[in-house]
Design a protein around this ligand. Structure first.
Ligand SMILES: Nc1nc2c(ncn2[C@@H]2O[C@H](COP(=O)(O)OP(=O)(O)O)[C@@H](O)[C@H]2O)c(=O)[nH]1
Ligand SMILES: [Mg+2]
Length: 236
């Protein structure tokens, strides 16, 4: 399978070069698409520089403004689906919370499953450096999603995920409505509800960022709380 990693960025100038280097070091020939929302710190310019250093391997999609992680991924996925050479698409954060050394394992699992979720809660709790509040929020979100949607997966809001091209095409990118982290739940739910596709999980250790700042805020949390109910009620 030919893989590409989609990495959304907003003010990740301290992390971007490192994450791109680490992804490129992994066996499997991973290409990268950086989706930058016109970061004021110059992340987009650095992305262009990395792209000209590694032509054809590192790509950049520039968006005009920050509209949330979900919108950035919809644009990035749409871009990738127009490039037929890629048949494995992996989502990953730029802040080094997701260890690129898991990439080969995701790719291997895609031989069996149409979508693979990186889970922090498959075997106990594998989160490093998060404060208690953030852990409760994340674990609570997973339980809430399980309760409302009846999906069996252990980590509902994780952002380290891999898709076969056909699975990503099947969820209907233009119908996705999430802006923030609800996007992770929405995409999994849509595939879960689509007949003929399988979803697997691998255990990952999530390490909170050392550099830069989290973009989570109250509107993002609120969107996820009502959004899960909307998903359940509308069934998609
Ligand atoms: N393009 C884009 N990327 C975003 C946006 N919000 C977050 N990100 C990126 O999504 C990833 C996860 O965000 P982060 O703030 O680390 O979330 P946290 O780990 O849940 O605190 C990082 O690579 C961010 O730079 C956005 O509005 N636009
Ligand atoms: Mg983060």
């Amino acid at each position: 399978m030919k893989p590409i990693v989609v990495v959304p960025t907003y003010n990740e100038i301290e992390n971007l070069e490192r994450i791109v280097g680490l992804i490129r070091e992994q066996p499997g020939g991973f290409h990268i698409l950086i989706v930058d929302d016109n970061s004021p710190d110059g992340t987009g310019r650095l992305a262009d520089e990395l792209s000209s250093r590694h032509p054809g391997e590192v790509r950049v999609l520039h968006r005009a403004s920050k509209e949330g992680l979900g919108r950035a991924y919809v644009a990035g996925f749409g871009h990738v689906l127009k490039m037929p050479e890629y048949d494995a698409i992996i989502q990953m954060d730029a802040d080094l919370s997701h260890d690129p050394s898991y990439l080969p394992e995701f790719l291997k699992m895609l031989e069996t499953y149409d979508c693979v979720l990186g889970s922090r809660y498959l075997h106990g709790i594998s989160v490093v450096n998060w404060d208690f509040k953030r852990l409760v929020l994340s674990k609570g979100a997973s339980l809430y999603v399980k309760l409302i949607t009846s999906m069996p997966y252990s980590d509902a809001t994780g952002g380290f995920k891999a898709w076969r091209r056909e699975a990503l095409s099947a969820i209907g990118l233009d119908q996705l409505f999430s802006n923030g982290y609800l996007f992770q739940i929405e995409t999994t739910y849509r595939l879960h509800r689509t007949k003929g596709f399988s979803i697997g999980e691998i255990s990952i250790i999530f390490r909170d960022r050392d550099l830069g700042r989290s973009k989570i805020d109250f509107p993002i949390i609120l969107e996820a709380v009502w959004g899960v109910i909307r998903l359940r009620v509308t069934g998609r």
